[in-house]
Design a protein around this ligand. Sequence first.
Ligand code: NAD
Length: 241
Amino acid sequence: MKLQKTILITAAAQGIGYATVLRMANAGFQVIATDIDRSKLEALSHVENVHTAFLDVTNGTEIRDFVARQPAIDVLFNCAGIVHSGEVLTVSDEQLNQAWQLNVMSQVHLIQAVLPGMLSRREGCIINMSSVASSVKGVPNRCAYSISKAAVIGLTKSVAADYITQGVRCNAICPGTIETPSLQQRLSDTGDYDAARADFIRRQPMGRIGKPDEIADLVLYLSHATFTTGQIHNIDGGWSA
Ligand code: NAD
């Protein structure tokens, strides 16, 4: 019997994905940490229990071939995603398509690649990264993002319902604002970092931005939470309360 469980994590080179790699490795998982940023992945290459690899999640063929070369995957954390600003009147088809490919289709393709193995073992856990900005809550200036993250919730519930009797669980995580490099970039891009940061903090009832480690804790919990499937796990400092 295999004692050490394996988790595949996308977008592992920074932010929430990176924190989750460290948390899961520390908890004794064998971690396959993937990203397109080879140089940032390098920082993880010497961590015990971590194997790093390049994987572009927008390439369905690459995903299928990559998963076929891996050991049995017990937990999939679909973390990769991109944030576009804009309203329905300003969003471009290109942005909508990019959000669809990176935020939704990547998850579909990864699930299609790992699910047959999970079903054959009658055990598996899939965790999809959504957001409070989705069907959970209307957030200004996040049209393409919210459409795609709402689709992730639909995907999660669909997969959970289809395989509920076959040992595979599927849950979604919906964070509020989390301190990551991409958040730093979004704050800088506004042209007034301090005002934008104060604005983000104001909308969090707990009065602070979340930490990647707090999301990593939820991934670890869900990997063990054997009576939970098809659920939307909001983790947002009370923003959606
Ligand atoms: P981030 O945006 O800081 O980093 C994203 C990572 O994804 C980078 O390492 C990048 O190289 C990688 N990446 C980009 N394109 C890729 C591709 N085609 N294939 C593989 N990897 C690719 O990370 P973050 O802010 O921690 O966000 C991670 C996830 O959490 C995203 O899905 C995001 O939508 C979601 N989320 C973040 C926040 C937040 O406030 N940070 C809130 C809610 C949800």
